[in-house]
Design a binder for this molecule. Structure first.
Ligand code: G3I
Length: 502
């Protein structure tokens, strides 16, 4: 049974969903992916191993995407692998400034639209790359005065984000603004930096938020993988500053271009987690790793596993479908060779995704600016009801063993014509726990189709959810699971009855 999901890219669906749900929707095409993997009929138990990258990542609450080039879309092998394996697309060059606005205020969206339309037709997500970058920037921008450049930058952001409003889940608002080397400072060759100074990045993010309040706004860069590098620290300080001052930023993109000059660092997960701890999502946005055989496969393993281990790592994009069209094809850095054969690295990535073991991404597709006011219910120790601010429901502390307590929250993450996904977060109380059980009340007519990162059983409209390898939590730590609800006309969010821990 295969149907086409309305991804968050579908503005019709986006409009139907409450702001709170948009704000915290998980980035995935789980329904499509699970359909492709043939796992839609499970009525209880955890999701089974998937056979494609996108399907497997979706079971982990994440997307697995690729960059594509519009010029290759006529090649059937290219399209077959794209459509089979991936559930998110980034335009490799077609959404850059030189492609979209080659002369001032004269926009050409036709090629980029082909990519966006393909993503939509396949139920795939779309990443936006990139709005403000010193490279692939037409000369007319470079020659503007400061004031003119500011207004051109804001106009470009408004027009491009307006064109893809409701389709792009995450935008690289500013790309590669930091210098390489030991200083950790800004890139001096950027005309934006030269004419507008440090403030241009903040201005770009503020403009972007207003242009599409539901898109995630990312800062994206390369050589920011190693936590001890000055460039990584420079970006970290900027994001920390933005978060402390309320500058709208939702995510950090780590490009992940690795070779002998920039090897996969052993502290990559530390880097991901450190950014995540600032309150932003992290995404691996342009992954490619030079090499071959087991070296390459192991390097891919390190990166993918690190993402799975960090709850706010919401997705991975590789920078191309096949080695033969890679921007550095001589390095053979991708998952499919020039004949579209799966490489050892592909098998390893799929295995890592299927093994999971990390936390389910609680990531968000559409980064709205403010919490919604849809009034979820919170049942605490005394079973009281409190108006929430994010919609969804929280329940906790209903029994359990000794001091072991937990809370659980639910939020709708994605909707199709007949079903919706729910993303749950389980958080331990003030002591560590080794097991949890969440009881969920379904609404009339609803049934559960599938789950991921948890097992479940149902009795009438009561659903009992138990961990799937993610039962142990440190004090205050959280994990996630998800499930798909067949709505049968009832689109109300199920309610958490209790979370018990031991
Ligand atoms: O389309 C023209 C073609 O008409 C012309 O005949 C040909 C002659 O050189 O050039 C073609 O354009 C090339 C374009 O790729 C499309 O193939 C450009 O020269 C070439 O510079 C461009 O390279 C792109 C590069 O960004 C530019 O900086 C790569 O494809 C693209 O993979 C790469 O992507 C970047 C990310 O955007 C940011 N992070 C780094 C990453 C890798 O460099």
């Amino acid at each position: 049974m295969v149907d086409t999901p309305h991804t968050p890219a579908d503005p019709r669906q986006a409009r139907k969903r409450p702001r709170s749900a948009l704000r915290n929707a998980v980035v995935l095409g789980a329904g499509l992916a699970m359909a492709a993997a043939g796992t839609l009929t499970a009525l209880s138990g955890s999701a089974s191993a998937a056979s494609t990258l996108g399907a497997s990542a979706a079971e982990q609450g994440r997307y697995f995407g690729t960059a594509i080039a519009a010029g290759r879309m006529g090649e059937s092998d290219y399209m077959n692998v794209l459509n089979r394996e991936f559930n998110s697309i980034t335009a490799e060059n077609e959404m850059k400034w030189d492609a979209l606005e080659p002369s001032r205020n004269s926009f050409n969206f036709s090629t980029a639209d082909r990519i966006a339309n393909h993503a939509r037709s396949q139920g795939m997500m779309l990443r936006g790359h990139t709005l403000v970058w010193h490279s692939q920037l037409p000369d007319w921008v470079k020659n503007l005065s400061a004031n003119d450049m500011r207004s051109a930058m804001n106009n470009h952001i408004n027009r491009v984000m307006g064109q893809y409003r409701g389709q792009v889940h995450s935008w690289d608002v500013v790309n590669e603004a930091f210098a390489d080397g030991s200083g950790g400072g800004r890139r001096s060759e950027s005309p934006f930096q030269q004419k507008l100074g440090d403030g241009y990045i903040e201005e770009a993010f503020r403009t972007a938020r207003a242009a599409d309040p539901n898109a995630k706004l990312c800062y994206n860069d390369y050589n920011t993988d190693n936590w001890s590098h000055a460039k990584t620290q420079g970006v970290y300080r900027m994001v920390r500053d933005f978060k402390s001052r309320g500058v709208p930023i939702d995510c950090v993109g780590l490009q992940g271009h690795f070779n002998s000059g920039n090897p996969v660092p052993s502290n990559f997960q530390t880097t991901l987690q450190s950014f995540a701890d600032l309150g932003v999502d992290v995404q691996i946005t342009e992954l490619d790793i030079a090499g071959s055989g087991s070296q390459q496969a192991n390097d891919y393993r390190t990166i993918v596993q690190a993402c799975l281990n960090v709850a706010r790592c919401t997705g991975i994009t590789v920078w191309g479908v096949t080695d033969k069209y890679s921007w550095r094809s001589g390095d053979t850095p991708l998952l499919f060779d020039g004949n579209y054969n799966k490489k050892q690295a592909y098998n390893t990535v799929l295995e890592v995704l299927n093994n999971g073991t990390g936390t389910t991404a609680g990531g968000t597709t559409n980064g709205g600016t403010t919490a919604g006011t849809n009034g979820g219910t919170t049942a605490g120790t005394n079973g009281g009801t409190t108006a929430g601010t994010d919609g969804g429901t929280t329940a906790g502390n209903n029994g359990g063993t000794g001091n072991a307590t937990c809370t659980a929250t639910l939020e709708e993450s994605q909707r199709w014509g007949d079903r919706f996904n729910v993303q749950a977060t389980v958080r331990a109380g003030s002591t560590s726990i080794s097991n949890w059980t969440v009881n969920v009340q379904l609404n009339g007519g609803q049934s559960i189709q599938n789950s991921w990162s948890a097992s479940f059983s149902t009795s009438g409209s009561n659903m009992t959810v138990r961990p799937s390898g993610n039962g142990t939590l440190a004090a205050g730590a959280s994990t996630g699971f998800g499930f798909t609800v067949m709505a049968n006309g009832n689109w109300n969010l199920p309610r958490v009855v209790s979370c018990t821990a031991s």
